[in-house]
Design a binder for this molecule. Structure first.
Ligand code: ZN
Ligand code: FE
Length: 243
C-alpha cells in the first residue's frame, strides 16, 4: 500500500513522497529541493530510503545530495544520464524493476524526448505513473535533447497503460497547456469541460495533478495527434504559443 504525498515546490514543481505506513518508510520522486521534502517525511514519521529521479534536470535532482546526506538513502536514476545525476547509486532503464522496502515495486520505462535518457516509474499494482517531464496534463515536455519521433514513441508507450492509471507529472502546467489545447481542438467537449474544472481548481489554488490517463488520451493534443508529423507541428506551435 502506497500513500502518495504531493509537495509543491519552486514555481510549479511537484515532488512526491511514496509512503508505506507498515514500515514507516518512504521514497521521494524528483526532489527539486531538500528542506520541504525532509520536513514532510518527518511530519509523517517516515524514513526516506530511496530517491527516484526521472531525469537529470536540476528541478528534479537539486535535493539529491542534501537528502542523501541527511538520511543515507539510495538514489536511483536513469542509466543513460547517470553521469549527470548527483550522488546516484543505482542506474536503471527499460525492463528494470525498482522495489521499495514495503514491497511495492515499479517497472522502469525508457521515455526519451525531453532529455535523452528520461525514464518513468510505473507502479502497475496501484495504477500509478511517475513520468517527470514527459507527459503533462494536456501537454508534454519540451524537446530539449530528443527528437519529435522519440517523444512520440515515448508518449504512446505511456498512453498504452490502462486508462485508469493516475498520472503524477512533475509540473503544474495544466492551465497553460489547456489554453493551447483549446486552440488545437476547440470543438472537443471533453476538453472544454476539463478546462472549466481546471480553471475552478486553480482559482482556489488546488492542484490539477494527478489526472487520469484515459481523460488525457481524449484531451491532450499531443496524444490525439494522428501522425508523428502532426505531433511535431503541434509541439513546435506550443513552443512559441503565448497563451
Ligand atoms: Zn525537465
Ligand atoms: Fe522539470
Amino acid at each position: 500500500m502506497l500513500d502518495v504525498v504531493q509537495i509543491p515546490v519552486l514555481n510549479d514543481n511537484y515532488v512526491y513522497l511514496l509512503g508505506h505506513e507498515g514500515t514507516k518508510t518512504c521514497a521521494v520522486v524528483d526532489p527539486a529541493v531538500a528542506e520541504p521534502v525532509l520536513a514532510a517525511a518527518k511530519e509523517r514519521g517516515w524514513r526516506i530510503t530511496h530517491i527516484l529521479n526521472t531525469h537529470w534536470h536540476g528541478d528534479h535532482t537539486g535535493g539529491n545530495e542534501a537528502i542523501k546526506q541527511a538520511t543515507g538513502c539510495t538514489i536511483i536514476g536513469p542509466r543513460a544520464e547517470q553521469a549527470k545525476i548527483p550522488a546516484i547509486d543505482t542506474a536503471v532503464g527499460e525492463g528494470d524493476v525498482v522495489t521499495l522496502p514495503g514491497g511495492d515495486f515499479a517497472h522502469v520505462l525508457d521515455v526519451p524526448g525531453h532529455t535523452a535518457g528520461h525514464i518513468a516509474y510505473h507502479f502497475e499494482t496501484q495504477g500509478l505513473l511517475f513520468c517527470g517531464d514527459t507527459l503533462f496534463a494536456m501537454g508534454c515536455g519540451r524537446l530539449f535533447e530528443g527528437t519529435a519521433e522519440q517523444m512520440w514513441v515515448s508518449l504512446h508507450k505511456l498512453a498504452h497503460l490502462p486508462d485508469n492509471t493516475e498520472v503524477y507529472c512533475a509540473h503544474e502546467y495544466t492551465e497553460a497547456n489547456g489554453r493551447f489545447a483549446l486552440t488545437v481542438d476547440p470543438g472537443n467537449d471533453m476538453l472544454v469541460d476539463r478546462m472549466d474544472e481546471v480553471h475552478r481548481n486553480r482559482a482556489q489554488g488546488f492542484p490539477t495533478v494527478p489526472f487520469l490517463l484515459g481523460v488525457d488520451k481524449a484531451t491532450n493534443p499531443f496524444l490525439t495527434a494522428g501522425t508523428v508529423e502532426e505531433f511535431a507541428r503541434r509541439r513546435a506551435a506550443k513552443d512559441v504559443f503565448k497563451g
